[in-house]
Structure formats: structure tokens, C-alpha cells
Ligand binder design. Structure first.
Ligand SMILES: C[S@@+](CC[C@H](N)C(=O)[O-])C[C@H]1O[C@@H](n2cnc3c(N)ncnc32)[C@H](O)[C@@H]1O
Length: 248
């Protein structure tokens, strides 16, 4: 999987991608994260990439020519999918991440200042993506979120075949809670079933707690999730426990 991040701050992106899971995945050749400094495509001696907005007003706008040249120069041509990070795009979610993971190559364009000249969006961008309804100073964090979330779905990046499958949202639910040593922390014990060694009972407990979390925190997800007959029975138990105040 190849990611091209087009940015004015490549060093920010490189540092994140060299660490931990992404760094290991890159070393193993499972992903290739390349950064393109948009400023390298400026054509004056000051390496100018922004200019004042037509019509006046505060702030600067990223000029079309350097950005267009940077996108056109991506190799091999044409780039698989050009995505503009933008607060005006639809918000990123796990369904979108799964969809993006099917492309062999993504080009992620990071805006700065007031954003990019509209003609770049019209001519070069296949889609826009937002991290949510708030405004960041630049698209780098958003692009890194895409790289990170998509990479987790690239086969071999996560250790243990099931790690990504069990994550929140993968089956439409929030994941169950996790515990590790010590067994007793500040008077709170790990749920006994997790120490039992009974794999069927542990799986049932995890599924039920996943349903409970989703029911309590994100009922909107539950309405869309495809639930088995057993899930529905567990959910009934959860509803009863929560109504009677016996919930975990
Ligand atoms: C300061 S913002 C520009 C915001 C723009 N003036 C607006 O109001 O829509 C600069 C850049 O940060 C990035 N950005 C800001 N918020 C974002 C978000 N929620 N999701 C993705 N990218 C974002 C975009 O690349 C944007 O071009």
C-alpha cells in the first residue's frame, strides 16, 4: 500500500510514520509512506506557495500551480486516489477506512492557511475527507489518521490475524473493555470470567460487554449493526441488567 502525503511540513508526517506499528510495517515493506514537499514545486526564488485571496479578506490561500505540479508529478501516474483533507468533507469513519484500504495507492493533500485554491479541488481531487466538525491548522493530522487507520487493515501490519477484526466499529459495535495485570487494582478486581480459562465463556462475556458498551454509549450504531439471534438475546440481558441497575 502506497501513501503519498503532499504537505508543507513533511517532517511532521515522517516522524509519526517512522514510529511503532507504521514504522515496522514500512520496514517490512507492507506500506510505503512517501512525503512530497509542496514547496519544492514553487517556481520563484522565495519558494512561494500561498497568496492573498481574491476578493480580499484575512489569511492566505495555497496557490494552485505548485500543488497541481506536485500532484501531476506523483509517480507512477496516475495516482490511485487523490484525497483532500478538509473540514468540509464527509467525516472519516471505519467504513470509509475499509473502502480506502482497497486502493493500492492514496495521495493525501494537506491544506494550510485558509485552504487550497478551489480550482485544485475541482481539477485534481477525487474526494475530500474530514476528521470531524472542527478546524485544524493543517491537514497533516488528518492525513496521518488516514495512513494509520488504513494501514491497520493491510494484511500483516497487525500481529495476530484477529487484532483489527476485533477493533471497535469493525463489526459495527464498540469493542469490549480490556484488562491486564495486576488482577486487583485499587480494590477493583478483573472480572472473574477472564481468569477462568474458559474460552467460550470469555467470548460470550466479551460479546455481551461489546453490546453493552454500544447500547450505553452509541445506540445509533446498534440500530445499524447486523446482530445474530444470540446477540439479540445477550442484548435483552443487557437491557434488563441496565434497567435494574445490575449492569457491569
Ligand atoms: C485552517 S484550515 C482551513 C479551514 C477553511 N478556511 C474552512 O473554514 O473550511 C487549513 C487546512 O487544515 C486542514 N483541516 C482543517 N480542519 C480539518 C478537519 N476537520 N479535517 C481535515 N482537515 C482539516 C485542511 O487541509 C485545511 O485546508
Amino acid at each position: 500500500m502506497i501513501f503519498d502525503i503532499l504537505t508543507l511540513f513533511p517532517e511532521v508526517c515522517e516522524a509519526y510514520c517512522q514510529a511503532s506499528i507504521l514504522g515496522r510495517a514500512a520496514k517490512a515493506g507492507l506500506i510505503n509512506v512517501r512525503t512530497v514537499n509542496i514547496r519544492d514545486y514553487a517556481q520563484d526564488r522565495h519558494r512561494t506557495v500561498d497568496d492573498v485571496p481574491y476578493g480580499g479578506g484575512d489569511g492566505m490561500v495555497m496557490m494552485a500551480p505548485p500543488l497541481a505540479r506536485a500532484i501531476e508529478d506523483l509517480q507512477p501516474q496516475p495516482p490511485a486516489r487523490v484525497i483532500l483533507m478538509s473540514p468540509q468533507g464527509p467525516p472519516l469513519d471505519q467504513d470509509k477506512v475499509r473502502e480506502l484500504a482497497r486502493w493500492p495507492r492514496l495521495a493525501l493533500v494537506c491544506g494550510r492557511y485558509e485552504g487550497v485554491d478551489e480550482r485544485v479541488r475541482e481539477r485534481y481531487v477525487h474526494e475530500e475527507l474530514s476528521l470531524g466538525d472542527f478546524v485544524l491548522s493543517g491537514g497533516e493530522l488528518a492525513a496521518l489518521c488516514v495512513v494509520d487507520a488504513v494501514s491497520r487493515l493491510v494484511p500483516g501490519v497487525l500481529h495476530g490475524a484477529d487484532s483489527a477484526e476485533a477493533d471497535s466499529f469493525m463489526d459495527g459495535l464498540l469493542e469490549h473493555p480490556h484488562y491486564t495485570r495486576p488482577p486487583l487494582f485499587e480494590g477493583v478486581a478483573v472480572p472473574e470470567v477472564l481468569l477462568s480459562g474458559n474460552h467460550a465463556a470469555i467470548a460470550r462475556w466479551r460479546r455481551k460487554e461489546s453490546l453493552r458498551r454500544t447500547f450505553l454509549r452509541r445506540p445509533d450504531l446498534l440500530a445499524r449493526a447486523s446482530l445474530s439471534r444470540e446477540d439479540l438475546l445477550l442484548l435483552e440481558e443487557v437491557r434488563g441488567e441496565e434497567a435494574s441497575g445490575e449492569g457491569a
